[in-house]
Ligand binder design. Structure first.
Ligand code: NDP
Ligand code: GDR
Length: 382
């Protein structure tokens, strides 16, 4: 009857015989990743394979290929020494999750699967609650039902969106939450389910409260990638103007590759806990545009009333060339104005620190989009 310290710092000891369940052993060095086809899932799979893990991933059935980000890792299962296995599944399907968990018996689960777009969550609020909120509960219950509650550790992709409306700057593990979207609220449900199951059943469950992290593999509708793809196209004369929403939103942007290492470090700790990962630096959407355009030799100058829908970004050497315009359709019904994290706890306890700077991140993304566009154009004979 191991005593545990709860979220409020109180020591609790379960009563004798409490929650006795059949306990099954997990397969050592076997990880299961939900959301393996996403940005983080692909970097995490690479990282874990590099550490010698056998990696299982859950993929969704789709009418077109959705495994582009992990194609370079995948080998035919008939080959020898295959270490990556994919399973069809979905966080909205309990029996499927139970089947996968009980057959794979992973020692570590990384729950990265989610409807992860904040703006889209206003349009698909119920589905977002199902996948991001209740989906996490389904996964926890699958682990318990499979008898793995003492054997399997789980990482939950929690988010700086939990902080939402600014309560404190910078935001850290103790900052109160005030989510501002159906996505944020669904993730808050998942966050607290983890803490409840940790305290109720002594499970090794960790919330990583990660601030925005990007890469050349970032989905093209998130603002950074939308900007870097447009910058590449504008520089090659394939696009004239980029339409964005709130130019003044401020975010703490890091590199996804750095952040997946932090996820793994959290899971390796003897005791489960919750950690912020961030860079501690905050930049606006406008600043991201400036650095990205500078990479292709264009200086952006902002004109019109700052913060209004009439503000535009023009080419400083040819002001008739409008590079950026505001389209209110990209505004959110409720916005998160400013996020900047304090990751001192992760630095101290995990020895984690971000390596890639804001400028280097934006430049890497522009370079990758330029290279991709050039090869597309070459293929098309242009
Ligand atoms: P992506 O949107 O790139 O990837 C999301 C993944 O989840 C994809 O593999 C997607 O599959 C899968 N998925 C979506 N819905 C379901 C479902 N119902 N069942 C199973 N899988 C599903 O997100 P990121 O890689 O950027 O983020 C990973 C996680 O971290 C997400 O949970 C996100 O909310 C969270 N997060 C992300 C941050 C960031 O800045 N990137 C910051 C903080 C948290 P498919 O490819 O088929 O669409
Ligand atoms: P975010 O990322 O909402 O922080 O969620 P996103 O890149 O979508 O938006 C960042 C900020 O940019 C503003 N913005 C725009 N955003 C988009 N997508 N498109 C635009 O045209 C645009 N113009 C301005 C937004 O209003 C916002 O303020 C990401 C996701 O990865 C979540 O899953 C994750 O939890 C959080 O980061 C941390």
């Amino acid at each position: 009857r191991r005593p545990t310290v709860d979220h409020a710092g109180t020591m609790t000891t379960p009563p004798p015989g409490a929650h006795k369940t059949l306990q099954i052993e997990a397969n050592p060095n076997v990880a299961l990743i939900t959301g393996i086809t996403g940005q983080d899932g692909s970097y995490l799979a690479e990282f874990l394979l590099g550490k010698g893990y056998t990696v299982h991933g859950i993929i969704r059935r789709s009418s077109s290929f959705n495994t582009g980000r992990i194609e370079h890792l995948y080998r035919d299962k008939h080959d020898q020494d295959v270490k990556l296995f994919l399973h069809y599944g979905d966080l909205t399907d309990s029996s499927n999750l139970f089947h996968i968990i009980s057959t794979v018996r992973p020692s570590e689960v990384y729950n990265l699967g989610a409807m992860s777009h904040v703006k889209v969550s206003f349009e698909m609020s119920e589905y977002t609650a199902e996948a991001d909120g209740v989906g996490t509960l389904r996964l926890l219950n699958a682990i318990r039902s499979a008898g793995l509650e003492k054997a399997t550790r789980l990482y939950q992709a929690s988010t700086s969106e939990l902080y939402g409306k600014v309560q404190e700057i910078p935001q850290k593990e103790t900052t109160p939450f005030y989510p501002r979207s159906p996505y944020g609220v669904a993730k808050q449900y998942a966050y607290w389910m983890l803490i409840n199951y940790r305290e109720a059943y002594g499970m090794h469950l960790t919330n990583g409260i990660l601030f925005n992290h990007e890469s050349p593999r970032r989905g093209p509708t998130f603002v950074t990638r939308k900007i870097t793809r447009a910058v590449a196209r504008i520089s090659q004369g394939k696009m004239k103007t980029l339409y964005l929403g709130n130019l003044d939103a401020k975010r703490d942007w890091g590199h996804a590759r750095d952040y997946v290492e932090g996820m793994w470090l959290m899971v390796q700790r003897d005791e489960p806990d919750d950690y912020v990962l961030s860079t501690g630096e905050c930049h606006s959407v406008k600043e991201f545009c400036e650095v990205a355009f500078a990479r292709v030799g264009i200086t952006v100058q902002w004109k019109g009333a700052a913060g209004s829908v009439d503000e535009i970004g023009v080419d400083a050497t040819d002001p008739s060339r409008v590079l950026v315009k505001v389209d209110p359709k990209y505004f959110r019904p409720t916005e998160v104005d400013l996020l900047v994290g304090d990751c001192s706890k992760a630095k101290k306890l995990l020895g984690w620190a971000p390596k890639v700077t804001f400028k280097a991140l934006a430049e890497e993304m522009v370079d990758a989009d330029l290279a991709e566009l050039r090869s597309e154009l070459a293929r098309a004979g242009q």
